[in-house]
Design a protein around this ligand. Sequence first.
Ligand SMILES: [Zn+2]
Length: 209
Amino acid sequence: MIFGKKEVFMRLVLTVAISICSIIGDQGLKNGKSTVSRAIFDNITHAIVGGLTWAVILNLSKKSLTQYFPSIVCCFLLSSFIDVDHFIAAWSWKINDATHLEKRPFLHCTTVPIVLWFLMNFYSNVFNYPKLSYYSWIVLASFLSHHIRDGTRRGLWFCPIGSTQPIPYYLYLMLYFAIAGGVIAGFLLLLFILVCILFVKLNRLAVDG
Ligand SMILES: [Zn+2]
């Protein structure tokens, strides 16, 4: 794949933006004064990282960011919406209840977006509805960007198998740079290292994430 200088520069800007946004978001999460401010800060960071992740993917697919802007908004909103399961699991709209759950809520299980992706692609092929396959990637990108960022603190939760150890922060950022670099071999290598590190340390009997 040959990319123009403008596309490569744009991708670099987006990846640096993801890194800066993640670092600022995590600082806000550590130093936030109240539970409410921390939760809002964290959720906005998820939304921005989700939207930017989709923008990187569009850039790699040589799609115009302005033309596909609605899909970036969609990924932004979905990455934020995932945290609604905290309120559902708590059966309460109080942020204090939602942030003090005993278990990780169901939309934080990484098996969910993987199964959704397979189902959506299956239906897309069976019913010849290509749009569904396109949406499946938006869903996958939103969930994975959210889960991987959460995973730097709590690991990835593959229900019903168990949870992994937290993802090292540098690996999280390197993964984005590898994807943005468009270096497929580099990306696969990183993914392989990531999977090895995580699964060797898998807590098989973990009840939650
Ligand atoms: Zn979350």
